[in-house]
Design a protein around this ligand. Structure first.
Ligand SMILES: Nc1ncnc2c1ncn2[C@@H]1O[C@H](COP(=O)(O)OP(=O)(O)O)[C@@H](O)[C@H]1O
Ligand SMILES: [Mg+2]
Length: 354
């Protein structure tokens, strides 16, 4: 995988590298994650619908002895897209080639990858919405007709040699299915959309991870960590590692409820999984601006951040949680925001949103 890609996950991390509750991952974290990835579909926790659909696609293809249809996986960062791509190859007993939209600079790069594919291989294209247009067009043809034109020579003397490809399966992953052009989307026989996990599912992720890491995790602690993990396995696993640190250094090595709470307090991750910036935004909105509406720039100045940071790092989760609303005239605090801060909800807000 390309190391210095500028995807939104990494940009997010750069804005707020210390935060434990962002869904993106850096390279160091990817290494820690590799040990926790489920290898088989039945080990993959939750996402029952996608799991069942995918299982049918794969089993049917195997029964026919053919490469399955191309698969598109969409959903926010940290929910298991890369994991599922690896599982698909694993279930098929096929080898996996990994690349990403940003790693493919020119159509020729993609042509080289495609023309070296062997029968039945799985080609995983992460962040497929970031493929350059010429590469995208080459991919349509390869996916549909299993053909690629390899250009030899340069300038006027260049010629295209059509090359037939063996059957293979593209697995595309995207955080932004909406950004994929329709012709590309249509080439996928199956699209699985991953959604945020229920707390109970994250508990199962945590219990499984704790088992693999060999750390004693109490059920209550698993529930506590899960409820602060924003519906995201990546965040759950990360918080688990930090709670383990606390338990080993400050506690007695066991991960009980008290250890989980103390650790997450140290790392400033609150009961809903909000971090310091999230709370600063809420607090400014409720106390300084009386609940808004207030413009993004003003709000950002109030918390000492760039507007873009507030908009891309803090806001999406606050909006998703029903704490903040976006209106034509600016950002508004919703009743849950006051409640979360332990403040009385003003009467005017009750009538507006109640
Ligand atoms: N359903 C799941 N069950 C268990 N672990 C999961 C699940 N989904 C994701 N994870 C874990 O979360 C981390 C992030 O998953 P990943 O596949 O890299 O997410 P994405 O590619 O969607 O950003 C990995 O360590 C993976 O093991
Ligand atoms: Mg991924």
């Amino acid at each position: 995988m390309d190391d210095d890609r500028l995807d939104e996950e990494l940009v997010t991390e750069r804005f707020d590298a210390e935060s434990l509750v962002r869904a993106g991952a850096d390279d160091l974290e990817r290494a820690a994650e590799a040990a926790l990835r489920p290898r088989r579909l039945e080990e993959f926790v939750g996402q029952a619908v996608v799991r069942e659909q995918l299982s049918l696609v794969l089993q049917a293809a195997m029964a026919r002895g053919r490469a399955p249809d191309h698969v598109l996986l969409s959903g926010p960062p940290g929910l298991g897209k890369t994991t599922l791509a690896m599982i698909i190859a694993g279930e098929l007993g096929a080898s996996l080639r990994i690349t990403s939209g940003p790693a493919i600079q020119h159509a020729g790069d993609l042509a080289a990858v495609l023309s070296s594919l062997e029968e039945g291989e799985v080609l995983f294209i992460d962040e497929i919405h970031r493929l350059a247009r010429p590469a995208e067009e080459l991919l349509y043809v390869a996916m549909e007709d299993f053909r690629v034109d390899v250009v030899v020579g340069k300038g006027a003397g260049a010629s295209a040699i059509p090359l037939t490809l063996p059957p293979f399966t593209v697995v595309g992953a995207t955080t932004r299915a909406g950004l994929l052009p329709a012709p590309l989307r249509d080439r996928f026989g199956f699209t699985g959309h991953l959604d945020f996990y229920a707390t109970e599912e994250l508990e199962r992720v945590l219990v499984r991870s704790a088992g693999l890491l060999g750390v004693p995790l109490a059920g209550e602690a698993a529930a506590e960590i899960a409820s602060r993990s924003r519906g995201t396995p990546r965040i759950a696993n990360r918080l688990l590692r930090r709670v383990r640190d606390w338990a080993e250094v400050r506690g007695d090595g066991t991960l009980g409820l008290a250890a989980a709470r103390s650790a997450l307090q140290v790392y400033e991750v609150d009961e809903r999984g909000l971090d310091r910036l999230d709370r600063a935004v809420l607090s400014a909105l409720c106390t300084r601006f009386g609940g808004g509406p207030v413009g993004l720039t003003t709000l950002a100045v109030a918390v000492g951040e760039e507007p873009e940071t507030v908009e891309t790092v803090a806001e999406p989760f606050l909006v998703r949680e029903g704490l903040v609303g976006r209106t034509q005239r600016g950002r508004v605090a919703l009743p849950a925001a006051w409640e979360h801060l332990g403040l009385d909800v003003p009467k005017t807000v009750d009538t507006l949103f109640g």
